[in-house]
Ligand binder design. Sequence first.
Ligand SMILES: Nc1ncnc2c1ncn2[C@@H]1O[C@H](COP(=O)(O)OP(=O)(O)OP(=O)(O)O)[C@@H](O)[C@H]1O
Ligand SMILES: [Mg+2]
Length: 283
Amino acid sequence: MSAVVGIDRARYVYPRGGVVALEEITVEIPEGQSLGVVGQNGSGKTTLTKLMNGLLKPNSGRVLVDGRDTAKASVQELAGDVGYVFQNPNHQLFAPTVADELAFGPRNIGVPEAEIPERVAEAVEFFGLADILALHPYRISFPLRKLVGIASIFTMRPRVFILDEPTTGQDHRTTSTINRLIRRLRDRGSTVVCVAHDMPLLADVSERLIVMWNGRLIADGTPREVFADRAAMERTHLAPPQITQLSLALPGRTGRPAALAVGELVGEFGGAVGSAGTGSGEA
Ligand SMILES: Nc1ncnc2c1ncn2[C@@H]1O[C@H](COP(=O)(O)OP(=O)(O)OP(=O)(O)O)[C@@H](O)[C@H]1O
Ligand SMILES: [Mg+2]
């Protein structure tokens, strides 16, 4: 299967201040891939993801979503294909109740009315929103509001699901729900793009990581490969998950792939320590 999102030498400069947010970036995302995007503050992660849903159009180069040039398509046209969860749910939620919020997206992209209750019910169950359906989205706690923001994209069932820092500043329950969500989306064959600073989460759910630095893409590989790329990690001041750091530092492990989870490292010791689970993700 070819790329569902194709970014070809895209450059983006913000009109205000003339900041070059992205140099010429080229990246292809195959259908069904779960991609993590990492990098320091201001490195261009949000700008890159906004190119993928047409919220921003490149100044030069091209962005294709399912073969369509985003420069020639409206955000509205792309909304059914690409779901975008904003870092700040306050930028996204506007319906008078949580229930309306969940139904708005699918209705807006033309999902038949008869199908909407089933989609909403699935989201309510998955995100645990049953008790707050009648409430105004601004009257619930921030972590819950964040989940409502994600759930309101979930009900649209987009082919490409983009999450911009879904776990930053979130409680453990929300983080574990997001972990489950990405797995569910992967199982369904959706393409997932997740910007995060949470390396254990990305180690757990991403097949591929790209590293942004100063508007450039400086590393691209499996989490295992990227975490072992000392130069890229140091340049971006990113720290691999603790278990990965430990495995990379252990004498005598040179040449072996970095461990991403406690269980992998334990396995190398012949299981002498017993089974220790995955070391990250769900409680
Ligand atoms: N609306 C804007 N107008 C002008 N410059 C902007 C705007 N949004 C972002 N920038 C600048 O573009 C560059 C890339 O920003 P971007 O938001 O894409 O980074 P980021 O990697 O998502 O950062 P963070 O981790 O803080 O979310 C930064 O230098 C930023 O200051
Ligand atoms: Mg950002």
